[in-house]
Design a binder for this molecule. Structure first.
Ligand code: FES
Length: 134
């Protein structure tokens, strides 16, 4: 269920295109969110890479809205390896001199959203997937 959470110490968001800032989420232990502005639009997403947890506040945002380690700022989707899980995205609400994000508490705590992939066998054929981890 989507719930609103206040961002600690923020009264407004003053970012220019390509800028980002990390903020603490009140009421979520160790909860953090990354705010970013791309193409005049504000976005709130998980604060750390879903691969090994690198802080995305240290990442680079391209003009097209891609943040290293290669996530789409607008959707949170993975755009390149090695991360597998997408970032969680949250709605931003600015009201009464404060900034809130709205979203699923479990996604805020996990710092990611689960992949929504379903796969089921259609016949008797077998498939082998070969790869290596780097
Ligand atoms: S921590 Fe982001 S790609 Fe490894």
């Amino acid at each position: 269920m989507a719930t609103e959470y206040k961002l600690k110490g923020l009264t407004s968001i003053d970012l220019k295109n390509g800028q980002k800032q990390e903020a603490e989420i009140e009421g979520i232990e160790n909860g953090k969110v990354l705010l970013a502005k791309v193409k005049d639009e504000l976005h709130a997403m998980s604060a750390n890479c879903t691969h090994y947890g690198a802080p995305l506040k240290l990442g680079v945002i391209t003009g097209e809205g891609r943040i290293t380690s290669c996530f789409n700022v607008a959707t949170g989707d993975v755009e390149d390896a090695p991360a597998l899980d997408p970032l969680a995205k949250f709605e931003i609400i600015q009201k009464d001199g404060a900034v809130y994000i709205k979203g699923d508490e479990s996604f805020m705590k996990a710092g990611r959203r689960p992949l929504n992939i379903k796969c089921s066998a259609q016949g008797e054929e077998k498939v082998v997937i070969i790869g290596r981890c780097v």
